[in-house]
Design a protein around this ligand. Sequence first.
Ligand code: SF4
Ligand code: SF4
Length: 400
Amino acid sequence: MATILKTAENSEVSEQAVRRFEVNYRGIFQKTLAYRITKDLVYVAHSEGKTAFSNGRYSDDPQRNGVPCANFAFFSNELSEEELEAFASAKMDIDRADIVSVLDDTMVKGLEPWGHYGIRPINEKVIPGGTLLVVSKRNPEDLIRFLERKPFSYRLAILPGDASFAGLWYYRDDNTDVRMLGAIAKVAPELINFEKTREYVRKTYKTDEKIRAFQEAYDSVSFTEVTPNQGIEWPYPKPVLPAWNEFEEGIVVKAVPNEFKMGPRGLARNPNYKRGTSKTQRPVVRFDICTKCTLCWYDCPDECFDPTPDGLYDVNYEYCTGCGRCAEVCPVNDCIVMVDELNFSDNNSPWESYKKDPLAYTKMAEEKKGKGRMMPSFVTGKGEKTTEITKEVPFKEAKK
Ligand code: SF4
Ligand code: SF4
């Protein structure tokens, strides 16, 4: 049975009266960008005579670097401004969306926006026949292998591009804002009309470059139908948020037990604050050339390294935020390299895999690393720097 909404006049309107758009972004880095996208969508919809409203998920501020956040835009041909605002503005989150968009493709591995409430699938809110729109240079198959299997079909739309770092406090414009408008005009012409959106971009941004970027994005979106048998069984418990009347009185913050043993997962950490889904890259360690200098263990801001019985340092990827600090401080050439998170499908201990077969682990590490070596820029505003290596550091057998 269709869900019924009550309007201000208490007349009944079907659930279909409101179309929902969600943009998932990395906290802080893409904050201004996500705001621009939903704001522009509302302006374009208004120019077409539609009612539209945008807001952000309650509790996503203050945001931390990389933490998944979301903004929303709501559209209606039937409700008044006041009715749509009354319907949409008091929500902590939404439970379904016609279009779910993603500004960083590593978020297809899951989202942890509510901290200890667990990891949610990125396609959780997509409705039957809806669209998951991802900015990515990957093939559809490379993304679908991380998505939760749904009991219905929906579309995967890909806008070719990199994860933007445009929206820090200073807006470093890279055209992702208008590129997303172009992609949405293609994905959902019933929400925003191509010609009206193009006119809005021309009037608002006033440069040929913006119009070119908008048009190029519109032309380059590709579609793949995701069928009910595609995707994975979701490996994490599904988070359930408490209702307002289910919160306990007062606040109980349980102490983290102070435990330590040698080896993987040896350090006690706060299980309610795993930030593994914040990362777009993970550190890959070449244990065979590690000099056991301790710097990665000492400098990691999230205490992700576990000392091992043989003097090495294992990484706990469930807690690693991908900040790149360990790769920066490691004094050994090519010993810790930051690698695209989508190249990995589990969070298993790399040290255990190294101990099992050092040569096979090292070969796997080199394959995942590829030839490009990128170091994050630490809030310099100068962008990422990537260099190509000409030869690999050879495998070094451990002394018996
Ligand atoms: S990238 Fe390195 S330093 Fe940063 S959180 Fe992960 S393990 Fe720690
Ligand atoms: S910083 Fe590099 S060399 Fe030093 S312990 Fe860590 S991995 Fe080994």
